[in-house]
Ligand binder design. Structure first.
Ligand code: F3S
Length: 402
């Protein structure tokens, strides 16, 4: 028995008329709707499914997916988050054949469901681009924050199972950030800092996330920003805070129309310095340099190739460029892949430093990403965050300068 108003067709799905996967999915969606007080389900335009790495799923997760894949087929455009390895070049990243075998079974299960095996956390860069105001059901916190705050789509921060359930049903419970009344700003954040490099956006996300926590921030004072800055900021603000929605004046569609919140806080240069101090550990020898969290855009790959051209990655250090397979294909056509690989860099397509099985392999990491540092610390690595220039420098010297 549910408190939600189900249509006749939804009730039939819940009763099992469309098979096991749809029935299970309806059970998940109805349970969620009841917990959060949703009155009904709403249609979604697309789904992004996280929980793809076998490292996190284990055998129980694989079994669950195989059960669903027997008769479950997605009803809307559905894309996948990064997996635990590069699906083609996993040996080059030091992944074991046993892990690869299991990871491939996970991917096969998703493929049978009709999901596009995109394996990227930047679905909006490779063809899953929602419309302004469109309801979607995405998991992956950085992508959810980008969709809500940069594009102006509407999604809660789904977990892997609830996103998958929405894909099989084509709907999600209407609560939380699907409702306009929950999308109004709570706090005005005045930014009074100079943002000079990509990692400064991660530091800003840290500073705002820590201060605003679970409140919707209305951010002013940003002078210039590009797509790469925004994806880095989105990843950081939700990692160190909690709310996958902000309004940024000059960026978020309709930000200027929002009612000004009563509370105002400001972010000063000292907050950025404190963010770096908290994110950076005491370490100088760097064993892994990984850029691309969220996954590198074609512009970022171009920048890496320009910086590393004619140089060589230091012995004892690995340099990974994490990106989507589509971005790598594009980079290949422009000659960037050849330059980076000639220097000893490796492409980590389909995966990333957080979901690959890296625990125990590297003791230290340098990256451009505040979110990357957060998850790498959970893998027992000491972390350094800096610009793309500083990261490439660390890759070719094996040392962190400064
Ligand atoms: Fe993407 Fe992995 Fe970072 S999923 S946002 S590259 S932690």
């Amino acid at each position: 028995m549910t408190c939600m108003q189900l249509t006749k067709q939804e009730q039939k799905m819940l009763d099992g008329a469309e098979g096991y996967a749809v029935r299970k999915s309806m059970e998940i969606l109805v349970a969620l709707g009841d917990i959060y007080g949703a009155e009904s389900l709403i249609k979604v335009g697309s789904v992004q499914v996280a929980g793809v790495s076998y490292h996190n799923l284990g055998d129980a997760g694989l079994e669950f997916l195989n059960e669903l894949a027997k008769d479950g087929r997605v009803k809307v455009l559905t894309t996948l988050n990064p997996a635990g390895m590069d699906l083609e070049d996993w040996r080059n990243l030091g992944i074991s054949p046993d892990f690869a075998e299991k990871q491939n079974l996970v991917i096969e299960a998703f493929r049978r469901m009709g999901i596009l095996v995109t394996c990227t956390c930047t679905p909006y860069l490779i063809g899953n681009l929602p419309l302004y105001g469109e309801h979607i059901a995405w998991s992956e916190s950085s992508a959810v924050t980008f969709a809500n705050s940069v594009i102006g789509a509407k999604t809660n921060r789904e977990g892997g199972p609830s996103a998958l359930a929405a894909a099989f049903v084509g709907k999600t419970p209407c609560y939380g950030l699907h409702l306009d009344e929950n999308r109004t700003p709570d706090v005005h954040v005045q930014v009074n800092v100079k943002l000079a490099k990509l990692s400064d956006w991660g530091a800003l996300g840290y500073a705002i996330g820590k201060r605003a926590e679970n409140e919707v921030a209305y951010i002013t004072g940003i002078k210039t920003v590009d797509m790469d800055d925004l994806k880095s900021f989105c990843a950081s603000v939700v990692t160190y805070g909690a709310k996958p929605l902000f309004y940024m004046k000059g960026v978020t569609p309709g930000a200027e129309l929002q009612i000004q919140p009563k509370e105002t806080i400001s972010i000063e240069q000292v907050d950025i310095k404190n963010a770096y101090d908290s994110i950076n550990d005491e370490v100088s020898d760097i064993e892994l340099v990984c850029v691309g969290c969220p996954h590198c855009s074609i512009n970022e790959i171009a920048k890496v190739s320009e910086l590393i051209k004619g140089k060589a990655v230091a012995k004892g250090t690995e340099f990974w460029v994490a990106t989507s397979r589509s971005a790598k294909q594009l980079a290949d056509k422009r000659g960037y892949v050849e330059i980076i690989e000639k220097a000893g860099g490796k492409f980590a397509c389909d995966t990333c430093m957080a979901v690959a099985p890296l625990k125990g392999r590297f003791k230290s990491l340098a990256t451009t990403s505040a979110k990357g540092c957060f998850y790498s610390r959970q893998n027992n690595m000491k972390t350094k965050m800096g610009s793309m220039e500083e990261c490439v420098e660390a890759a070719v010297t094996g040392k962190w300068k400064g």
